[in-house]
Design a protein around this ligand. Structure first.
Ligand code: ACO
Length: 445
């Protein structure tokens, strides 16, 4: 497989009839760069220095912010590949830590590499004991994502020996620490909210088993991990591990481009993920299903979603990139049925409602025309609910999974020799320059 390097464009594109800076009309020839898959890009790096123009792209719908080898998404065809491997195969055949290794290192691990990697993640799963004190500073009703932002950011105050981002060894240790400690931090946020003692991790359990144990174990009884639940959690973690240059990943890259330490960068990613248009959507899906309450009320809510004057949107539908079925939703839809059947909740009214809503929305001309398909959040909320994870924790689980994607993308950026601080420009639409008016001369409107 070969493809041109960034400095070896495959073609050029001509943009004509651009007004020149000093009047007249000028032509512009831009290099075109082709990746291994996906649309080619116009290389506009010389546009401002040479022509004095910026490009305007709010929401970055036509902007490739970086070159990356990690994840490929084809939104039209509904394809998602990690390092070339289709997501459905990874979800079916891999463990979450194998996928973490793949995202970070570029290849699936050999048996020895896997043992070393999972061993390293296991030995880093405890938190500095002093960090426990942070939790008691929060109100008991704090949203666990608020706790996550605070505690993950605070890791930089504890692990001084892995803050030097120029040192590959320190970067690696910080990365392993983050992946290892996220389930511990997340489950402690849950335990704090419900007033139960924190549960220390157990090194004899697998990553997802340990997470369940720390979430649901209590000191007074022994906790048996349900293998069906552990399998479903493994799948959910894989499906949420990375998704190209989404809002939170771009946030991590932007924060990291300044040289900020990895713990601070991941805390920034968590803050971004919290929003209901991003990671907060799975919690919003469940709230919406509860609000709808019964199949009979679906048409009323579909009508609201289509009404331009109503801010209501069907949560779990639509995606910036996918204009087809989200491949992760396909996997989760099947997993959802599997989990509910295994847990004896086949006739779950919420799943029933979700399926009816999905069917009606997929047949509705508005949703068809706008290519609004169910996204990954549509089903993850129902699975989480079935395995006993409370809605406020849904986005936290997403953050635990996405940490590996954030780290892989952050590492790729740091290791890129052409990396520079991320600094977008703007189209200024404010006042032109004007003289200052003293307070006594100002008139009120
Ligand atoms: N319900 C009803 N209408 C919708 C929905 C929806 N869920 N999503 C988009 N639309 C409509 C918009 O009103 C807009 O209509 P218009 O062209 O007539 O103005 C059109 O579809 C395009 O929508 P945009 O908001 O421009 O699309 P954008 O790419 O900016 O937004 C987003 C994508 C944020 C995901 C949006 O579809 C949405 O809000 N969905 C619901 C929230 C959600 O499920 N988020 C999870 C995303 S996946 C993830 O983070 C893992």
């Amino acid at each position: 497989m070969s493809y041109r390097s960034l400095n070896d464009p495959t073609d050029t594109a001509h943009l004509e009839a651009m007004p020149g800076r000093s009047g007249g009309v000028q032509e512009l020839t831009l290099p075109v760069i082709q990746g291994t898959l996906g649309p080619s890009v116009l290389d506009i790096r010389s546009l401002y220095p040479e022509k004095g123009y910026l490009t305007y792209d709010p929401g970055y719908t036509s902007t490739a912010s970086c070159a990356s080898k990690i994840t490929f998404v084809d939104g039209e065809k509904g394809i998602l590949l990690h390092r070339g491997y289709p997501i459905a195969e990874l979800a079916e055949k891999s463990t979450f830590l194998e996928v973490a290794y793949l995202l970070m290192e570029g290849e699936l691990p050999s048996a020895k590499e896997y043992e070393d990697f999972s061993g390293s993640i296991t030995i880093h799963n405890m938190l500095h004991e002093q960090l426990r004190n942070f939790y008691s500073g929060f109100r008991r009703d704090a949203h666990p994502m608020a706790i996550m932002v605070g505690v993950v950011g605070a890791l930089s105050a504890f692990y001084h020996d892995s803050l030097d981002i120029r040192d590959p060894q320190q970067r690696m240790i910080a990365s392993h620490r983050l992946i290892a400690k996220m389930p511990t931090i997340a489950s402690m946020a849950y335990k704090y909210a419900i007033g139960q003692p924190f549960v220390y991790p157990r090194n004899d359990l697998k990553y997802e088993e340990n997470f369940l144990y720390m979430m649901f174990g209590i000191p007074t009884t022994s906790y048996q991990v349900n293998p069906v639940v552990a399998k479903a959690l493994n799948k959910i973690l894989i499906l949420h591990a990375d998704h190209e240059q989404n809002a939170s990943t771009s946030t991590v890259r932007l924060a990291g481009s300044t040289g900020a330490n990895p713990f601070a960068c991941i805390a920034a990613g968590i803050a971004c993920l919290w929003g209901p248009a991003h990671g907060g959507a799975n919690e919003a899906v469940l709230n919406m299903l509860r609000e709808i309450g019964h199949k009979d009320r679906i048409p009323e809510f579909i009508k609201k979603a289509k009404d331009k004057n109503d801010p209501f949107r069907l949560m779990g539908f639509g995606h910036r990139v996918y204009k087809n079925y989200d491949p992760r939703a396909t996997v989760l839809r099947a997993a959802c049925h599997e989990v509910l059947a295994e847990l004896g909740r086949k006739d779950d009214p919420l799943l029933d409602l979700a399926q009816a809503l999905e069917k009606i929305a997929l047949e509705d001309p508005y949703f068809i025309e706008k290519k609004l398909y169910p996204n990954v959040d549509f089903y993850s909320g129902i699975i989480f609910q079935a395995i006993g994870i409370p809605p406020a924790m849904f986005t936290v689980l997403f953050a635990v999974a996405r940490t590996v994607g954030w780290i892989a993308q952050w590492m790729e950026m740091i290791e890129d020799p052409s990396q520079r601080i991320g600094r977008p420009r703007q189209l200024y639409t404010g006042h032109p320059m004007r003289p200052y008016v003293s307070l006594k001369e100002r008139t009120t409107a």
